[in-house]
Design a protein. Structure first.
Length: 492
């Protein structure tokens, strides 16, 4: 690619490279254009898209905003700006961007769908449902839209939408593997709503099998890692390194298995005027590094914790506080609700000895059933096979028993989902007292708290407490044989 082509030729070449996934070469082409024409709106927009593809969402938003300042009537640029803003948790701005895109091009199903997810995060379920309905009117074969819609409504017997999804799935027309998985989870949820366990699990089992077949995962290595975590930080090692970390009492970590009530607890906490809910952060992993994503998880972890020093712990704690302090918005506490941080509770207590850790618990079968009905992405890879899920749960339970025995009780508490939904006020008061703050009755009206919530439980926390999820697994006992057998097994 050379200057001799001119901006038009260079743009065409860079676009071809971009579509072929050759991002480095495409980026060089766009930057070459911008050196010649700094106000080239399309090159700015496309360079922003590459930044977004690489997870550099702040840069993506800046570049696309610059392109729109030059050419404000490009619907695709407004849409891509919305995607970048949503990734940055600037959800209200993302909604504005999607709406601008739709004013320019009102009949784009994907934009209506993204608008729906953003509106869900902000707590506007009726508007979110209207947006996803529009997406389906424009694209009735959108598996993604059917999946999102299922989270926004409760199906009743005879609902024609169930038959429409069944017909779409059976036809297979235009459906890729991911589409079939999404429709399977959506239909599983729909048939559960109407009280048809056999039909629900026919779809859920198929969707989970397809999902599980799509990636390599060594369940036994993952379970061994959980055991190694406890081995690497026994009581003596924790005592030896105690007090070395950063003294900040800003962070509150909410941890536990997915679907155990972590979002509910965060929402209760975030309803207090002195507590900021920051959602599911990656800040802890960013600070300590991600060595444990390698195949030799247990060996890597044991080697890492064996070499920890007091100065290193202080530096790690300080780095974490520096990352999350801006999110606190001047409040006394900031909640980091990444459930998987239960693995790192011991390390948290060393890095940040004054941080609070809230462990959320729920009935094991209810927790695992709820996991099995969800199309998780990312690192929740243990949830797509009932046996693997049950064995992982038992290993998690054993690790939490270790933390319960060795972590300081004034910095580690456990909250049971069933207790919270059974009698909210004493549990909410206990949580706020644990955080070292005065009681505020706003915590009882958590469902009315206006804040962006980005989690698979987004719609549940917008409603007052309900107890229908307690002992939810009972009607599905026949379908949960492998899970129940795994849960009965002795943990490693």
């Amino acid at each position: 690619m050379s200057d001799e082509q001119g901006p038009a030729g260079t743009l065409a070449t860079a676009l071809r490279l971009h579509r072929a996934g050759r991002l480095d070469e495409a980026e060089r082409g766009y930057r070459l254009i911008l050196r010649a024409e700094p106000e080239h709106a399309q090159a700015l927009h496309l360079l922003g898209m590459i930044a977004a593809q690489r997870g550099r969402n702040e840069e993506a938003g800046d570049l696309i905003a610059r392109s729109l300042a030059i050419e404000p009537d490009v619907a695709e640029a407004h849409y891509n700006l919305g995607v970048a803003l949503q990734a940055l948790r600037r959800t209200e701005e993302a909604v504005d961007a999607y709406r601008r895109a739709l004013r320019l091009k009102p009949n784009v199903a994907g934009t209506h769908l993204e608008l729906s997810t953003a509106l869900q995060e902000l707590g506007f379920p009726d508007e979110a449902l209207a947006a996803v309905e529009r997406a389906l009117a424009l694209d009735p074969a959108s598996a993604s839209a059917w999946h999102v819609r299922g989270d926004l409504k409760t199906y009743a017997k005879g609902d024609p939408d169930i038959e429409r999804m069944e017909t779409l799935l059976a036809s297979g027309r235009g459906l890729g593997p991911d589409d079939r998985i999404l429709l399977g989870f959506a239909l599983g949820k729909a048939w559960m709503d109407v009280g048809e366990p056999e039909r629900a699990f026919a779809h859920l089992d198929a969707a989970n099998r397809q999902k599980r077949a799509g990636f390599a995962y060594d369940a036994e290595a993952d379970i061994a890692w959980l055991a190694a975590i406890a081995e690497g930080l026994p009581a003596g090692r924790l005592s030896e390194l105690a007090g070395a970390g950063d003294p900040s009492d800003l962070p509150v970590f909410v941890v536990g298995m997915p679907r155990s009530g972590t979002t509910l607890v965060e929402q209760i906490l975030a309803s207090h005027p002195q507590i900021q809910g920051a959602g599911e952060l990656l800040a802890l992993e960013d600070v300590i590094g991600r060595d444990w994503e390698r195949d030799d998880l247990a060996e890597t972890y044991l080697r890492r914790v064996a070499g920890l020093t007091k100065p290193e712990l202080a530096a790690l704690g300080r780095a974490y506080v520096e990352r999350v302090s801006p999110l606190a918005a001047g409040r006394a506490r900031v909640v980091d609700k990444a459930p998987g941080n239960f693995r790192l509770a011991g390390l948290i207590s060393l890095m940040l000895p004054n941080a609070r850790i809230v462990h959320c618990r729920r009935d094991p079968v209810d927790t695992c059933l709820s996991c099995y009905t969800r199309n998780f992405s990312g690192r929740v890879r243990y949830a797509f096979d009932q046996g693997e899920l049950g064995r992982y749960y038992r290993a998690y339970e054993a690790l939490m028993a270790h933390w319960r025995a060795v972590l300081p009780p004034e910095r580690f508490i456990e909250v049971d989902y069933e207790a919270v939904v059974g009698d909210l006020e004493p549990e909410a008061r206990r949580l706020i007292a644990f955080c070292g703050l005065d009681w505020d009755p706003a915590c009882l009206d958590f469902h009315a708290t206006r804040r962006a919530v980005r989690t698979i439980s987004v719609n549940q926390v917008r409603r007052p407490l309900y107890s229908s999820s307690v002992a939810r697994w009972k009607p599905y006992e026949r379908q949960l044989g492998p899970l129940l057998e795994a849960l009965r097994a002795t943990p490693p």
